[in-house]
Unconditional design. Structure first.
Length: 445
């Protein structure tokens, strides 16, 4: 807590010193989510208050900070003692999303440097680019696939005519942030269990990279070129997987027949990430695409059934076995201002190896009416297919239609329906437990 207050104080003091060049933006967002059904319950009540501050320190040096305070307002009261403990009423968290110094034309006229905690956006896709692999994901809200965590890094940009060369150095590794009490389905009984056998206790251990510099440092770069109003980019990053991979599973018998216990060991393997992207327009239709190549550098995946008298059931060496993810999208705005975007994605962020990559179609829509006072998003959805030869048994769907009322340009009130259905073993079908209605309000200043 002292660190949070100290950082906030430093930011305020810097801004006061340079008040003559201060630019402040902020927002307040609040939403509540209620599950469907006769026994509906509150799934999430969240309030966010954020401040973005930018100030010019010198002619070519600027400072930027994005701070956010989040309040989850579902009280957790289980005893009398909890009733006088404020944290049990409201789960409050301070998030320093970005804070960096940007230096233009230093040390050369054609070079810029940015250092600090920052969001580095790569790829051409709209929020779903497989080439956007510098920043880890923030999955705390299961219905948002776009939230990212800022990373402390140094970024350099070199310019020559229409060519831009970017270098990125990240001194230490930061993994993805998962939902509270999450279970992202790393264990599938059909993977190694006979019919009638169920899992009892599951214990897991994650092997982190540790504190050695060589085990943490991440680096790479991008080369971008613009020609005929088209942008082309090449990317490379030597990193680690931000979601842990299973390194070893040990299966042990339980005292109860037909029940086994599982002990797992997970790790973040080193991996080469590279990609290519393009964006532009054909007439009035915007188009973009990404293709990404991933090459793991470490192994292995092992299922140990020795305690059951079955030895090692499976061993897979993942080192050097590459897999591809790709995305293709387009958008168009009709004469009545109705906007639609469609993206085809092969390989979601949590999927790996060519045999486990699913196909997705994501649709976004926006239809402003009554002089932009009302905005409809009637077709927002995602469709997932595991096996095109048997779609009926391998699909997942999310459908998120919404209505937004904007009495003022900086104030909006929204209502959304969060729907999910499909078959087992699909990512989007896993959202079924969190279906509901969401009410929200947003104020920008």
């Amino acid at each position: 807590m002292k660190y949070k207050y100290l950082m906030g104080t430093v930011v305020v003091l810097l801004c006061v010193v340079h008040l003559n060049a201060l630019d402040i933006d902020g927002y307040f967002k609040s939403y509540g989510r209620i599950s469907y059904g006769s026994d509906s319950k509150y799934m999430r009540i969240e309030n966010d208050f954020g401040i973005k501050i930018e100030t010019q320190l010198y002619d070519n040096v600027s400072f930027f900070s994005h701070m956010d305070t989040r309040l989850l307002s579902i009280p957790r009261i289980t005893s009398i003692k909890d009733m006088y403990e404020y944290p049990n009423y409201f789960k409050n968290s301070f998030r320093l999303k970005e804070i960096y110094v940007n230096i233009l034309k230093f040390p050369f006229e054609f070079m810029d440097i940015r250092a600090g905690k920052q969001r580095i956006v790569w790829g051409a896709g709209d929020e779903l680019s497989p080439n956007d692999f510098v920043n880890p994901y923030d999955f705390q809200d299961r219905w948002s696939f776009k939230n990212r965590i800022g990373v402390y890094s140094v970024k350099t940009d070199l310019y020559y005519n229409n060519l831009t060369v970017t270098g990125v150095l990240i001194p230490y590794f930061t993994p993805d942030l998962l939902p509270d009490s999450s279970n992202f389905g790393m264990f599938n009984q059909s993977t190694f269990l006979a019919p009638g056998i169920t899992i009892g206790k599951i214990n897991d251990t994650i092997i982190s990279p540790g504190v050695m510099v060589k085990d943490n440092v991440i680096g790479g770069g991008r080369v971008s070129y613009n020609i005929f109003d088209y942008d082309f980019s090449l990317y490379y990053l030597y990193s680690r997987t931000y979601l842990p991979w299973v390194k070893e599973i040990i299966v042990m018998p339980d005292t109860v027949p037909s029940i086994i216990n599982v002990k797992s060991e997970l790790f973040y393997p080193r991996i080469h990430m590279s990609g290519f992207s393009f964006s532009g327009a054909v007439g009035n239709v915007g188009i973009w695409g990404d293709i990404s190549l991933f090459i793991p550098r470490e192994n292995h995946f092992l299922i140990d059934l020795s305690a059951l008298g079955m030895g090692e059931m499976d061993t897979t060496n993942i080192e050097g076995k590459f897999y591809l993810k790709y995305l293709l999208g387009f958008d168009y705005t009709f004469s009545n201002e109705f906007y639609i975007s469609i993206q085809y994605l092969h390989g979601f962020v949590n999927e790996k190896s060519n045999d486990n990559l699913h196909d997705y179609i994501f649709v976004g829509s926006r239809y402003p009416i009554f002089d932009n006072k009302i905005e409809l998003s009637p077709f927002d959805c995602g469709i997932e297919v595991d096996d095109f030869s048997n779609i009926r048994k391998s699909y997942g769907i999310i459908f998120i239609p919404s209505l937004k009322i904007k009495p003022y340009d900086n104030l909006s009130i929204s209502v959304s329906s969060l729907l999910s259905w499909g078959t087992d073993k699909t990512v989007l079908r896993g959202m079924k437990s969190y279906r509901g209605i969401q009410l929200g309000i947003e104020y920008l200043f």
